[in-house]
Write a protein that binds this ligand. Sequence first.
Ligand SMILES: Nc1nc2c(c(=O)[nH]1)N[C@H]1C(S)=C(S)[C@@H](COP(=O)(O)O)O[C@H]1N2
Ligand SMILES: [Mo]
Length: 427
Amino acid sequence: MTHVPRTPRGEEASYDRERLRQWLAGQARADGVSRRRLLTLLAAVPAAAGLPPVSRAAATTPKAAGIVKPLPDSWFTVRGTNAETKWESLRGVGYHTPIDRFFVRNHTSTPVLDATTWRLKLWGSGLRGAPGVDRAVEFGLEELRAMPSVTRSAFVECAGNGRGYYATQQGQTVTGTAWTLGAVGVARWRGVRLAEVLRRAGLTGTAVDVMPRGLDDEYVTDGVNLGRVRRPLPLAKALDDVVLAYEMNGEPLPYDHGYPVRVLVPGWVGISSIKWVGDIEVSAEPLFSPWNTDFYRLFGPDHPDGGSPPLTRQTIKSAFELAVGATFTAGRTHQLHGRSWSGAGGVRDVQVSTDGGATWRPARRRDAPRPDGWVRWSLPWRPSAPGPAELLARATDTAGRSQPDQAVYNTQGYLFDAVVRHAVTVV
Ligand SMILES: Nc1nc2c(c(=O)[nH]1)N[C@H]1C(S)=C(S)[C@@H](COP(=O)(O)O)O[C@H]1N2
Ligand SMILES: [Mo]
């Protein structure tokens, strides 16, 4: 290991944290110190007030490049810079996805930010200022925490969740991360309403769009630098139910999920919920970024030339809390468990087939329909004979939508909503 300058204990702690921050942000070389070693060092120094703890398990479990939390094989499938939750890891856990199992979708890598110096800046032509001069207003974390808070349960789900099934179930080629159904989680978020912060910042009647932007690295793809991750949000949604969240399941927001503050846009595609938010442009003109022009629209033969409008609400899905290829003993009664959710309303009905779609039975719903959340359900199954089987679940929401047999193709594989055929084996 290379030489580390000697510093008093307190300074050494902040030195290590700063180095980790730079390193995760790609601004520092590890100088022969493994990521594992750096995280061990970090876990050994006392954390400064307000920093979420870095788990000791970090030293012993594998990681995706750029993700801080441990990613044990039993809970996650690592996909590039992202980590997908394994559905079997939700079996027996409560309504909310535990933080340690919540999927991570990073365009680059998790920045380890310092909440004591973090500021949120609001700026742009939609804020009140001197004539002809754009106004900029800043808030620190303590100022946000001093404002009235709201707590709400909501899913964050990647628009590409289920994308892998376009290929494996429909034989179609699409671009992007081949998620199965684990790019979704439901958490209890606490924070301040964006509407409240916009009001205090001097929102005017001329504003139409707001665009939060992350403090993670600029995103470079195919040799083109697209800048920091950012996506416009219409003012109507921003004022309705959007939260600037600083807590997740009762804890300070974890590094990987946006510490110290993320945007939470209930019911909408995950990209709307910008993590590590550093500034929000408030504009009297419509705003654009690659994330609402090239990405997160539907392109293909079944969609308008030039693509659909930018994606907003999530679609409807169901998943079994089961590993792919799980085995069941013939002649015994098993309880099948799963969850269903929709961006258009709560899920009111779930039908399950254990014979590949030939016959269907209603599952027992264990939660009332919850808008922006999921419902858990269960159903007994007594397989009679050994052999391969397919389990299917089909949800219907309070808006009357239900899952089709086939999802409508789009080149980037967004909004997969078809019933998934879950292969299992009876032994
Ligand atoms: N700043 C920033 N915000 C971001 C992203 C990102 O890479 N950078 N990824 C987005 C995408 S595509 C999704 S699906 C969600 C994932 O949230 P999670 O990692 O907390 O599960 O965050 C969104 N917010
Ligand atoms: Mo996403």
